[in-house]
Design a protein around this ligand. Structure first.
Ligand code: BGC
Length: 350
């Protein structure tokens, strides 16, 4: 592993960039600001390495950006309706930062803070462990949470994320990883030709503010049926109220595994480069976001302006708005308990 200075925060603190390179030559660059994956270089079917994630080449852009490129988001990934929830009979009001709702942990959350690079391993498969201590009351959440995320770049070209979290008071914890993937390696292409398969028979439909209604809808005969690999662009413009609300795909799929153990969640394939990404997770939900809000205003690496749908996110997590939906799998974390998540993005070719 190699560590360089990536930039400086306005208060003078340095942001470091850590480069993990595996035996196969694949590499991941991760900064301690937001625990962000800045680049991820994996081979195409001819062995050519290309960067397959959207991102910036300077700290200022990450500080000013609103897309959460490559970050660990939290304390709660996705939305909490009106930013309110009740826990053990007490109501909590979180920061409102998305219309009337709370999104991705609030204005600052876990994605716009400096994490501490705790430890790293150089022998065997390279890994980096980052830690963030979120104080009691931050963004309105109760309890001091200590979250560790370990990134490993395995020799099988997997980017593996192991999360571990604790609290000193009851709280909710549901972090996720927010890389925008574009397997073509050309980050000005759209992802509409990418073929997606999701191991799910249902989704959690949303209202116009993208808050789940609480129901689980079958994907049968809908543009949400990705049980067989289908091009993302094939049905994205179909007339469908849920697609209108999301301005495309921006929904949570209810994974067939139910969560609790590591299982395959999705496969993403780019026919042009032959790159395939298989996602494994132990989470119950997968948010598929088709980059609908990208509009060319974000100028990324090498000056590329990221246009609509040039990257897509596959975010493993609990269902959105779980703190207000007792029927969804719970995410309350109490003192003495440890939150765990493992999610793997595995790259291969076809
Ligand atoms: C959400 C989108 C949101 C985006 C922010 C995604 O995880 O599902 O609704 O706009 O993050 O970049």
């Amino acid at each position: 592993m190699k560590t360089d200075v990536f930039g400086k925060l306005p208060d003078g603190r340095e942001v470091h960039k850590h480069t993990l390179t595996n035996k196969a030559g694949a590499s991941a660059e991760i900064i301690d600001y937001g625990a962000i994956v800045v680049s991820l270089r994996v081979p195409d079917r001819n062995g050519k390495l290309d960067d397959v994630v959207l991102g910036y080449d300077n700290v200022e852009s990450y500080m000013n950006g609103t897309a959460y490129f490559g970050a660990i988001v939290g304390r709660y990934g996705n939305r909490i309706g009106k930013g309110k929830f009740e826990l053990d009979g007490k109501e909590y009001q979180l920061t409102i930062n998305d219309g009337a709702n709370h999104l991705h942990g609030g204005k600052v959350g876990f994605s716009k803070v400096l994490w501490e690079a705790k430890s790293a391993g150089n022998s065997g498969e390279p890994w980096l462990e980052l830690q963030y201590v979120s104080r009691d009351g931050e963004e309105g959440y109760p309890g001091t949470v200590v979250l560790k995320v370990r990134y490993t770049l395995t020799d099988k070209n997997e980017l593996r994320l192991d999360y571990e979290g604790t609290t000193d008071r009851p709280t909710v914890l549901n972090p996720t990883h927010h890389s925008y993937f574009n397997l073509s390696g050309n980050l000005s292409n759209t992802i509409l030709d990418h073929q997606l398969m999701i191991e799910a028979d249902g989704t959690t439909p949303v209202d116009s503010g993208l808050i789940p209604t609480g129901q689980i809808a079958s994907v049968d005969n809908t543009p949400f049926d990705f049980r067989a690999a289908t091009a993302i662009g094939a049905r994205i413009n179909a007339s469908n109220e849920q697609l209108t609300f999301g301005k495309g795909y921006d929904h949570n799929w209810v994974l067939r595994s139910g969560g609790g153990h590591l299982a395959k969640a999705a496969e993403l394939y780019d026919p042009s480069s032959g790159r395939m990404m298989t996602v494994f997770t132990d989470q119950p939900g997968l948010q598929f976001y088709s980059g609908n809000f990208l509009d060319g205003s974000a100028k990324g690496k090498n000056g590329v302006a990221y246009q609509r749908r040039t990257g897509l996110c596959l975010e493993a997590q609990a269902f959105p708005d779980t703190p207000n939906k007792p029927q969804f799998p719970g995410i309350t974390l109490r003192q003495g308990q440890t939150y765990h998540q493992t999610t793997i993005y595995q790259f291969s070719t076809r």
